[in-house]
Each structure stands twice: as structure tokens, then as C-alpha cells.
Design a protein around this ligand. Structure first.
Ligand code: CP
Length: 302
């Protein structure tokens, strides 16, 4: 039976840990021709830099060929072809589909239509499970553990799909504490807070974080997701609500790392980039190894 990766909860804690181990193996030895002779379809119906390019790098390093859509305007989607028909076609051509789509639930639907595995590379404001696995790999590399961590999530917690997937995955580990820092318009949706309450996991909500920043092990900054706002005035009101600056990091723990799924707009000042606590560019690099690990796991290559 085929396995898809649509929501981070499709995988167990044991699978998360297996992917962390595989990612470390691929980091040590990235070029492994495990997928030689296979074809992977990379279907991006929404803009991407890191996810698409790191997936395509991972696929190349595994020895497979890539077919794909980087811009829906250049495909028959622009002529009105349905997602159903596109996926039906592509699953006749490729051995694996990696898909990003602006609609929540589109990846699950594609997985139902496709007879080859589908990996969700982000579906609207819903989930971004491969980002979460690379975030977890970045956390374990820098903290040495996924247990007992105080995780600050800052910015657009309403539309930011990466924080939704990350909190679900981290809730599988020992004793996490979440601090959610967002303006009222962009708070963590109720269903995710309910999820944490049901699991008995502590979380706290704040408007500001400068006076509590010294408690953080991970500061996960997010971009305000302009493309998800129906009202541009509402976006203008919140777009610069949090800007992390180097001076704010003076009283942080020695082990703290600043993560961000990127792209960054204004939410991390460039004066943070040279600080040893900034980890977002290394985090993006970890995406290649983690995506090699995910493909290897899903295609049962190791
Ligand atoms: N982190 C992330 O999903 O980046 P892209 O939108 O550039 O793929």
C-alpha cells in the first residue's frame, strides 16, 4: 500500500526519529543513487524558493529525474483543467508526486486521486509537514534533544502553516512548553489550542515577548502571510508587528536558536544574521538532507 505525507500526524514519533537519523546519514553522504530510474513530479501551484529547490536538489542527489510545474500559468491548469485531472495524468507519468497548492485540503485530495505517493509541500494555511521535519532536524542538531524545550512561536500564527505542523509534531516529545506571541488578529487557531489542551500540554499566549525572551530555547519567527489576507488594509496594520533585533538577544539563553521557515520580510532585522544564535540559513540547508530522508522513507529505499 502506498504511503503519503499530507499531515505531520500521518507519521508516528518513531517515524520522526527515523527521518532524523536518515537526514543525518544523508548530510554525511548526500549523493546516493537510490532512486535511479525513477521519475518524481514536482508540482508547485503556489510560489516557492526553498521547498521546490531543496526537493529538486534532494531528488537529483538521489539519482531520479524530475518533471514538473513551477508556475501554474505554464500548465493546463490555466486552461481550466481540474486538480483531479492533473493529478490523474501526472500519477501515470511519475513514481512520486511532491505538491504545493494554495487550497487547504488539496494535498489530501491529490493523494486520494493518485496511485503513486503524494508529499504535501504546503497546502494553504493548513500544513507543511516536510518543513516541520526539517525544523525538527534543526532543533535536534542544535539542542541535542527534542524533549523539554520551551518553544516561542512569533508572528502570524493564524495563517502560518509551519507553526501548525510543528506544534503537532513537538507535542509527541517530553514536556514541551509553547509560548505563542501574536496580535489578536493572528492568534493560533482554536483547533490547535484544543489539540494541545487535550494532550495536557502547556501553552501561553502573549502580545509581546521582550520581557520573557530569556526563557526560550527556540524562537520560531514567522512572516505575516500577505497572500492569505482578503483585506489588504488588515495586512498593512499587522505586517510589521514584530521585528526581532540583535539587541533583544542579549539576555537569551546560550543554547537559544532563532528559526524561521523563510522567506523573511521584516520580522528579523538583518543585524541578527551574524549572531551565533541565528540559525535560519542553516535550517534551510537542512531541508535538502531532510527531504532526501523523507523520500527515502516514503519510497522504502533503506
Ligand atoms: N519555507 C518555505 O516553505 O519556503 P518557500 O515558500 O520558499 O518554499
Amino acid at each position: 500500500m502506498k504511503r503519503d505525507l499530507i499531515s505531520i500526524t500521518d507519521y508516528s514519533k518513531e517515524e520522526y526519529l527515523k527521518i532524523m537519523d536518515l537526514a543525518a546519514e544523508f548530510e554525511a553522504n548526500p549523493n546516493q543513487d537510490l532512486l535511479q530510474g525513477k521519475v518524481v513530479a514536482s508540482l508547485f501551484f503556489e510560489p516557492s524558493t526553498r521547498t521546490r529547490l531543496s526537493f529538486e536538489t534532494a531528488i537529483s542527489r538521489l539519482g531520479a529525474r524530475i518533471i514538473g510545474i513551477a508556475d501554474p500559468g505554464s500548465s493546463s491548469t490555466s486552461k481550466g483543467e481540474t486538480l483531479h485531472d492533473t493529478i490523474k495524468m501526472v500519477s501515470n507519468y511519475a513514481d512520486l508526486i511532491v505538491m504545493r497548492h494554495p487550497l487547504e485540503g488539496a494535498a489530501r485530495y491529490a493523494a486520494e486521486v493518485s496511485h503513486v505517493p503524494v508529499i504535501n509541500a504546503g497546502d494553504g494555511a493548513n500544513q507543511h509537514p516536510t518543513q516541520t521535519l526539517l525544523d525538527m532536524y534543526s532543533i535536534v542538531k542544535t539542542q541535542g534533544t527534542l524533549d523539554n524545550l520551551n518553544i516561542f512561536m512569533v508572528g502570524d500564527l493564524k495563517y502560518g502553516r509551519t507553526v501548525h505542523s510543528l506544534l503537532m509534531a513537538m507535542s509527541e516529545f517530553e514536556n514541551p512548553i509553547f509560548n505563542f506571541i501574536a496580535p489578536p488578529e493572528l492568534q493560533m487557531p482554536k483547533e490547535y489550542k484544543m489539540f494541545l489542551r487535550e494532550k495536557g500540554i502547556r501553552f501561553f499566549e502573549h502580545r509581546e515577548f521582550t520581557d520573557i525572551i530569556s526563557e526560550a530555547d527556540i524562537i520560531y519567527m514567522t512572516r505575516v502571510q500577505k497572500e492569505r489576507f482578503s483585506d489588504p488594509i488588515e495586512y498593512e496594520q499587522v505586517k510589521n508587528v514584530y521585528i526581532l533585533r540583535n539587541a533583544m538577544l542579549e539576555k537569551t539563553k546560550p543554547n537559544v536558536k532563532i528559526l524561521h521557515p523563510l522567506p523573511r520580510v521584516n520580522e528579523i532585522h538583518t543585524d541578527v544574521d551574524k549572531n551565533q544564535k541565528a540559525y535560519y540559513f542553516e535550517q534551510a540547508r537542512n531541508g535538502v538532507f531532510t527531504r532526501e530522508a523523507i523520500i527515502s522513507h516514503i519510497m522504502n529505499l533503506k
